[in-house]
Design a protein around this ligand. Structure first.
Ligand SMILES: O=C(O)CCC(=O)C(=O)O
Ligand SMILES: [Fe+2]
Length: 202
């Protein structure tokens, strides 16, 4: 291994950019070492949100919970979320993500994918409350799931990565302007997974 090769992933605690252009996605595998999946499942007040499709109410294909430091209300996929206060465990994880990213977060969205049928469709986290070039830290626990990016204009530009227990992914720079991301359904036998995205709402 060439220690001076910048292409190495996680060299000296740094990370190679997973995106080829128009944004920055940093990946830190096995970043959070404590096994907290069960605790997160049990302590979180999960909600089943619904969306309206052609006038029909449909369940989101996942459960969610919204955490915040104060009363920031956040509209996500048309749902108004009133935050719950951070638990000590979430504060620990948040602090670790803040140290690694060099940014402060005041809110967290938790998504609970109960099995391979649960998913999140293509979107950007580009709500105006997040500011121009948001830094978003994503921490995953439980079963492995595929996480995909596709460029909004260059149809050939796609990036795919498996997110495993304890992995940290940081999206920053122009990422939300130019790229969509998703967690597709899978027919593979798949256990449950929790993802936390830490954000700063100004
Ligand atoms: O579950 C994930 O890895 C991604 C979640 C996500 O994109 C979001 O919460 O906006
Ligand atoms: Fe997202």
């Amino acid at each position: 291994m060439d220690l001076f090769n910048n292409d190495q992933l996680s060299l000296f605690g740094a990370s190679k950019n997973l995106l080829p252009f128009d944004g920055e996605v940093l990946f830190y595998p096995h970043f959070f070492k404590q096994d907290v999946f069960e605790q997160l499942v049990n302590e979180t007040p999960w909600k089943q949100d619904k969306m309206k499709i052609y006038g029909k109410e449909v369940n989101f294909p996942r459960l969610t919970a919204w955490y915040g430091e104060s009363d920031e209300v956040y509209v996500y996929s048309g749902v108004v979320n009133v935050p719950v206060r951070f638990s000590p465990l979430l504060l620990d994880i948040k602090q670790a993500a803040e140290r690694q990213s060099g940014h402060r977060f005041n809110t967290a969205l938790l998504n609970y994918y109960r099995d391979g049928n649960d998913s999140m469709g293509w979107h950007s986290d580009d709500e105006t409350e997040l500011g121009g070039n948001p830094v978003i830290a994503s921490v995953s626990f439980g079963a492995s799931r595929v996480f995909q990016f596709k460029h909004k204009r260059d149809k050939h530009a796609r990036v795919s990565i498996a997110l495993n227990n304890g992995d940290l992914l940081i999206m920053q720079g122009q990422t939300q302007h130019h790229w969509l991301h998703q967690v597709p359904k899978t027919s593979k036998m798949q256990g449950a997974r929790i993802n936390i995205t830490f954000r700063f709402i100004g």
